[in-house]
Design a protein around this ligand. Structure first.
Ligand SMILES: CC(C)(COP(=O)(O)OP(=O)(O)OC[C@H]1O[C@@H](n2cnc3c(N)ncnc32)[C@H](O)[C@@H]1OP(=O)(O)O)[C@@H](O)C(=O)NCCC(=O)NCCS
Length: 177
């Protein structure tokens, strides 16, 4: 079973979502409309929650998890992802908050309590250390990430296009199932 309850809470799916049958969603996970989850994704909403906004795509082999409540941080670190976000292949998103229209490059790692503002690109293979705040409108690369340069207008447009392309692609997959 790819969609499983934990402690009586089951993942909730928006309209038109596509989830590859090799992926696993557990517990308190809420997906917006037109979200796509590609092969071998694991999203485990057990000791906190996961929220994914409309038209966001989570590509192959990505892992989504979070951190539990602690004395110093009673709310723990949930994972919150906004609208029109592209999460590339084999990305690790852990207990962080991403805004809207973001590209997380292949193989990137984003750690607890990171905040990524709207309209940001994180380069492939980058590491975003705990608690880092990435500013809107910039490219970040490296391990640990550094601000590389402002995004140009083409790149900003691409962020929305990328999400829209994935909506079209998942619609094709839904039509053939
Ligand atoms: C980050 C990225 C967008 C940069 O593209 P770009 O237009 O070639 O960037 P620039 O030419 O402005 O490069 C800026 C600098 O960052 C370096 N750089 C580029 N990508 C990098 C990366 N992923 N990690 C570290 N450094 C990187 C460049 O070598 C350059 O360094 P220099 O100034 O010392 O020469 C691209 O390399 C990338 O990682 N894209 C992610 C694609 C992806 O994973 N998509 C999801 C799956 S569909």
């Amino acid at each position: 079973m790819m969609i499983r309850a934990y402690k009586g809470i089951s993942p909730a799916l928006g309209k038109g979502t596509y989830i590859d049958s090799s992926s696993v969603l557990i517990g308190d996970v809420v997906l917006g409309d037109d979200v796509s989850i590609w092969p071998l994704v694991a999203a485990r909403g057990d000791v906190n929650f996961i929220r994914i906004g409309n038209r966001t795509n989570i590509q192959d082999g990505s892992i989504l998890h979070l951190s539990r409540s602690s004395k110093s941080k009673p709310e723990g670190s949930p994972l919150i992802i906004g609208d029109d976000v592209t999460v590339g292949h084999k990305v690790m998103l852990h207990g962080c908050t991403l805004g809207n229209r973001i590209l997380v490059g292949m193989g990137a790692i984003v750690m607890d309590d990171v905040i990524v503002e709207d309209d940001v690109i994180i380069g492939a293979g980058s590491l975003v250390p705990p608690g880092k705040h990435l500013q809107s409108g910039y490219l970040y690369v490296g391990s640990p990430v550094k601000q590389a340069r402002p995004l140009n207008e083409d790149e900003k447009s691409f962020l929305k296009e990328s999400a829209a392309n994935y909506v079209l692609l998942k619609n094709d997959y839904l039509a053939q199932d």
